[in-house]
Write a protein that binds this ligand. Sequence first.
Ligand code: COA
Length: 228
Amino acid sequence: MGPELVRLDQDPRRHHRSPAQQARGCRGGGARRRHPRCRLPPRDRQPGLRTERLLLRPYAAADAPRVLDTLGRSEVIRWLGNPPPAPMADLDEALDWIDVRRQREAADQFDVTRAIVVRDTGVVAGKVSLARAHRLDTGLFMGEYEVGWWLHPDSAGHGYATEAARALIDDVFERGLAEVWCGMYVDNDASAHVAERLGLPFLGVQQDPWYEGDSRLYRVTRDEWLVR
Ligand SMILES: CC(C)(COP(=O)(O)OP(=O)(O)OC[C@H]1O[C@@H](n2cnc3c(N)ncnc32)[C@H](O)[C@@H]1OP(=O)(O)O)[C@@H](O)C(=O)NCCC(=O)NCCS
């Protein structure tokens, strides 16, 4: 567990439930064990950013099957991290993935992960995020945040990743962040096209400060973003 994570049993949101509710468990089912999805707030109370076609909202437990169906695919996860993570194996892992992101945002308002929802259909196309980047050599967070994106393959080719990332970057700069980084595998052409469509200034192919090996690196300051 990383240093920024809040232990579940210290999460103040758990105490919103009355003692009677806590004793009943999440479905009021007597002595049944509380399901992990109860850690998460109901979807209808969650905030969201709207764009022309998309809603960007925090993930909810109900999204776990879709997360699993996306991060369980080697063609998606092969581009995420260096070395890439193992494909997601089951729903419990997907629920943990959602929960960890909620905890990270509770600890840092700029550490945000949003489900990209197509407003017309309600389909969760993928995710867009800003994440604290930890230096590979020291493991330290130096105030650098990395924007990232992935789509389920059935939702690629519509401009959703670009539209979502533009809105998220707008939002974090409006809320006071000074700069955003972006890095990717040198041969990740699809992701590079997203960065270029966004107009992120390209720094070149360089030793990646946060992951093994070289990456295509981009960095944009708030001032550059506002005048682009
Ligand atoms: C990277 C990734 C998100 C890019 O997906 P994408 O669909 O190409 O990106 P966008 O959603 O921005 O869509 C852009 C494409 O939609 C097309 N498009 C179709 N209709 C569009 C519309 N109405 N508006 C904008 N673009 C549209 C664009 O022309 C573009 O296609 P092109 O690149 O062939 O020209 C996707 O390939 C992916 O999930 N890869 C695996 C994970 C990954 O690599 N993540 C990044 C790690 S750094």
